[in-house]
Structures are given as structure tokens and as C-alpha cells.
Design a protein around this ligand. Structure first.
Ligand code: PLP
Length: 368
């Protein structure tokens, strides 16, 4: 026993992981906070979802349905899917971890793009695998660059479409071209967390590709347009083989009852969904226009957030802008961890917050 370490040691690689840092949520004392750092909806959840959540408080002693059957059936009905090929999770983050743990181990590789969602890298490393970063073109996923990273060790390709934090997307034809060129043993994960926000004819979340192949899985979330981030609720639609693997390793009650109840109610409230989408349809282009007019370049976004750039040539840094906005209670997301130290991500907020952001940026650029 002499050569054993004197305390427990995590598996190799665990201590090399940089923990995920969520968006900030604090304003200076006495200043109203506008949290624009985590792509949450300013319209809140559907009143029906809130009522369903409250109703479930009467029986906190009961275990939930471990298979989330009613929610899977509601999702299946809503999207025309087979409920047997849906798995729900505690946020889509959990689903991403489940997929990774089921298919990646030491020596295996997972590919994601240069400014892709950071949860992929954490999940790959936590599973003992090797993260492989594919370069992007104009802050947009590049199918050929992803394919150039594929090796016999590749097990999963993660594609956030649209991507966070860039807000860019690739057309469905490109997704299909990527899938067609991947070896059949490689899983293509289509992370469609912002699918409901996209207003482009050439976009699709990937449902058809999942239905017609054995190696594509789509993940979705209730955290964004449905406004249920606090409850942690996500889901995936995949081929029978992958779904079977996920069901074997997930926690037996991985989704809580209030989340199931609220999720079902949220799905049925199409009116609230339409209102939330209309809000974004109005304010996303407005913010893009107003901020660009101030001389700050903005990456065109199809999500509920946008990326602003503060290159050296501007003479003002992203960090200075972040501090200035924070002092007015406008809390954005610094994205240095995404390899974008000169950028800030802004979530589309309430009318009040959006107007304040543009006014604050105007003052910032004027040197006030
Ligand atoms: C927000 C987000 C998710 C969803 O996370 P949840 O765990 O469902 O809250 C997944 N992928 C991307 C790209 C996101 O931005």
C-alpha cells in the first residue's frame, strides 16, 4: 500500500477541465439589474407553465414518472415524432453528457467548431476523450473543416446550429452534406437549442435527418424560447440504438415532476410562444441596426442574442464596454473562454433593457 496516493485522485484529465462559467447576474447596489448574459427570454415562461409548476407543489413527496411519458407524448404530438425515440433530460446539457458518456472514452475523439458551445469540450474531457477543434469561417461552422478533422478515432461531431455564442448557422443542405460524408459509426449531434427563433427558409433543426439515419441525434431545450431555464428541461430525438444506450445510463428519475408538468403546459401555449417569437423578430434586427450605427460591428444572428466586436482598431475594448454596461445594470456575457476576447454577447432583452443598452453603448462610444 506504500505507493498509493494519500488522498483520492480524479481520473486522468479531469483536473485539466476548465469549469463552465455561467453568465453573470449581479448589478451594482441600487442599480436595476438587466440580465442579458444567458440567453434567457425577457417574456418569462407561459402563465400556463407557471400554474402547472405551482400545482405540482402539492405532492412533492411523490417520485416523478421516470420515463417522462406524458412529456414525451406531448413532444411527439407537437412535432410528429415517435415518442419511443425521445429522451428527456435535466437540461439539454445532461443529454449532451449522456450521449458523450455512452460513446466516448479514453482514446476517442469528439469534434466541435472553434467558437462552438463549451459544454461539448467539458463533456468530452469528462468522459476521458480528446476534444478536437475544427476551424470556422467568418465565425460560422465550416463543413469541410469539420470533415478534415475526422479520423478513425472520431466518435461524435457536435454541431450547434445556430451556434452560441456566435449566433450564426449553416443551411440544412450543408448539414446534410456533413452527414453524408461522415463515417456511419460517427454520431452527428445537432444541438438545436435556438431552433424556434430561426427565421430562415434554408434552415432545419434536423428532424428529418434523424428519422432517416442511424447516427444523427437532435437535442432541444425548454430553457430558451420556453423560458423554463430554472427548471432544467431538455430533450433529444434520436435513432433507436442511441436512445436505447441513453436510457441505460441516465438517472432513473433524471427529470423532475414540476419540470415535466411545466414543459407540457408550455408546449400547449402556442400564444405565448408566438408572442415571444414576435418580440425577438422585432428587437433582434432593431438592435443589430442601432448598434452597427454606433460603429460597433455585429455578427448577423438568427438566435435571441448577438455578438458585438471591439477590435483593437476601435480603440475601446470589450472589457471596457462590459464594465461600462455593468455599471448601468446591463450585464452581458464576456466570451474570452470561447476564443473571442474582443467580443461581448448580448441577449435580446425587454424593450426597456434594449433601449438602455443602445443608449449606454452610445455614451460609451462617445467616451462619456
Ligand atoms: C443554452 C444552450 C443549451 C441548453 O442548455 P440547457 O441545459 O437545456 O439549459 C444547449 N446548447 C446551446 C448551444 C445553448 O446555448
Amino acid at each position: 500500500m506504500q505507493n498509493l496516493p494519500d488522498r483520492p485522485q480524479p481520473r486522468p484529465g479531469i483536473l485539466a477541465i476548465d469549469a463552465y462559467v455561467p453568465g453573470k447576474s449581479a448589478a451594482p447596489a441600487g442599480v436595476k439589474l438587466h440580465k442579458l448574459s444567458s440567453n434567457e427570454t425577457p417574456l418569462g415562461a407561459s402563465p400556463a407553465a407557471i400554474a402547472a409548476f405551482k400545482h405540482s407543489a402539492d405532492h412533492l413527496e411523490l417520485y416523478p414518472d421516470g420515463a417522462a411519458t406524458a412529456l414525451r407524448q406531448a413532444l411527439a404530438a407537437r412535432y410528429g415524432l415517435d415518442a419511443g425515440r425521445i429522451v428527456c433530460g435535466s437540461g439539454s446539457d445532461e443529454i449532451l453528457s449522456l450521449i458523450t458518456n455512452a460513446y466516448i472514452g479514453p482514446g476517442d475523439e469528439g469534434i466541435f467548431t472553434a467558437h462552438g458551445f463549451l459544454v461539448y469540450k467539458i463533456a468530452i474531457m469528462a468522459a476521458g476523450g480528446t476534444p478536437i477543434v475544427a476551424p470556422e469561417t467568418n465565425l460560422t461552422s465550416n463543413v469541410d473543416a469539420i470533415l478534415a478533422c475526422v479520423t478513425p478515432r472520431t466518435k461524435i461531431v457536435y454541431l450547434a446550429n445556430p451556434n452560441n455564442p456566435t449566433g450564426t448557422y449553416i443551411p440544412y443542405d450543408e448539414v446534410k452534406r456533413l452527414h453524408a460524408a461522415l463515417p456511419r459509426n460517427v454520431i452527428l449531434v445537432l444541438d438545436a437549442a435556438y431552433a424556434e427563433y430561426v427565421r430562415r427558409n434554408d434552415y432545419a433543426s434536423g428532424i428529418e435527418l434523424v428519422s432517416t439515419s442511424e447516427n444523427v441525434i437532435m437535442t432541444r431545450t425548454f430553457s430558451k424560447i420556453y423560458g423554463l431555464a430554472l427548471l432544467r428541461l431538455g430533450w433529444c430525438y434520436g435513432p433507436a440504438g442511441i436512445i436505447d444506450a441513453l436510457n441505460r445510463i441516465r438517472g432513473p428519475f433524471n427529470v423532475n415532476g414540476p419540470a415535466i408538468a411545466a414543459g407540457i403546459a408550455a408546449l400547449q401555449d402556442e400564444n405565448h410562444l408566438a408572442k415571444t417569437l414576435a418580440h425577438n423578430d422585432h428587437w433582434l434586427p432593431w438592435l443589430e441596426r442601432e448598434i452597427s450605427a454606433l460603429g460597433i460591428s455585429v455578427t448577423p444572428s438568427v438566435g435571441n442574442f448577438l455578438l458585438m466586436h471591439f477590435p483593437k482598431t476601435l480603440g475601446k475594448t470589450a472589457r471596457e464596454a462590459d464594465l461600462f454596461l455593468s455599471s448601468r445594470g446591463l450585464v452581458l456575457r464576456a466570451v474570452g473562454a470561447y476564443g473571442l476576447p474582443d467580443a461581448l454577447r448580448l441577449t435580446i432583452g425587454s424593450e426597456e433593457a434594449n433601449l438602455l443598452v443602445v443608449n449606454a453603448l452610445r455614451d460609451f462610444m462617445a467616451g462619456a
